[in-house]
Write a protein that binds this ligand. Structure first.
Ligand SMILES: Nc1ccn([C@@H]2O[C@H](COP(=O)(O)OP(=O)(O)OP(=O)(O)O)[C@@H](O)[C@H]2O)c(=O)n1
Ligand SMILES: C[C@](O)(CO)[C@H](O)COP(=O)(O)O
Length: 229
């Protein structure tokens, strides 16, 4: 079974909006609906688990119904951090998943994700057990200290990490237990959680737009993107 965990449990503080960013409407549709539709359309996804703020659970149920998200399976309460939100979801999934099942974790606010890329994550996880989408940097990369360049980095080794991040269930679950036992509760990325437990994470290069909508400027970029597709 291939299970998608869609994270919609953050408050979006950097967006500085009253409404949590995943529920902001763009072209009349909430941001989270674009993400859910991509996972609904991905051929290899069997079910969708959504992590949501308690105050928005009724709201997301309406979105699930309005956008006919037939793969929706469960709604899970968020944690205080992204890491805790993911753990809440995988603790629920543990009740029925097998070790060999695949769990994809996706930021609900990466709303440009394409169904084909989601399916590619599933296919590659069967081969590599742990994968993430990532985009190779297209820029000259530097380290700067006190406003001055101190070092140039080899761009061939620099990537922006994206989601989905996809894992065999036993790997993601045991990695989270390991992280908690090491005292970590606020790691913002699941590959960082998995690395100490399973350091063989495969990168799927993605050059398609997959912006994490984080600040107000990103909303304008998303509006522009929607006009062009
Ligand atoms: N406790 C949390 C924190 C984040 N997320 C989700 O994780 C994704 C990526 O996180 P980020 O962009 O950092 O979202 P926020 O935490 O909401 O934003 P900010 O850091 O600006 O407050 C988002 O879809 C967000 O809803 C979550 O489910 N639970
Ligand atoms: C997993 C992730 O999308 C990696 O880019 C993560 O959500 C990033 O969180 P950030 O704290 O907003 O960089």
């Amino acid at each position: 079974m291939n299970i998608a965990v869609i994270l919609a449990g953050g408050t979006g503080s950097r967006m500085q909006s009253k409404t949590p960013k995943q529920f902001i409407k763009i072209n009349g549709k909430p941001i989270i609906s674009y993400t859910l539709m991509a996972f609904e359309q991905a051929e290899l996804i069997d079910e969708i688990v959504i992590v949501c703020l308690d105050d928005y659970k009724e709201h997301i149920k309406t979105i699930i119904s309005d956008f006919k998200i037939s793969k929706f399976n469960s709604l899970i309460s968020n944690g205080n951090t992204r890491q805790q939100s993911v753990f809440n979801a995988i603790s629920h999934i543990k009740n029925y998943a097998k070790d060999d099942d695949i769990v994809l974790i996706h930021d609900g606010v990466r709303a440009m994700i394409m169904p084909d890329m989601i399916d590619k994550c599933v296919i590659e996880t069967k081969k590599y057990k742990a994968v993430t989408l990532a985009q190779k940097t297209k820029n000259t990369m530097i380290i700067a200290k006190n406003g001055q360049i101190s070092k140039y980095l080899d761009r061939d080794f620099i990537y922006n990490v994206q989601t989905p991040q996809s894992f065999k269930f036993d790997i993601i679950y045991n990695s989270h237990i390991n992280a908690i036992n090491s005292g970590n509760t606020d790691i913002t990325d699941d590959t960082q959680i998995v690395m100490p437990y399973y350091n063989n994470i495969h990168i799927i290069e993605n050059d398609l737009p997959n912006l994490k909508l984080t600040t107000k400027e990103d909303i304008m970029l998303f509006e522009y993107y929607l006009k062009s597709v």
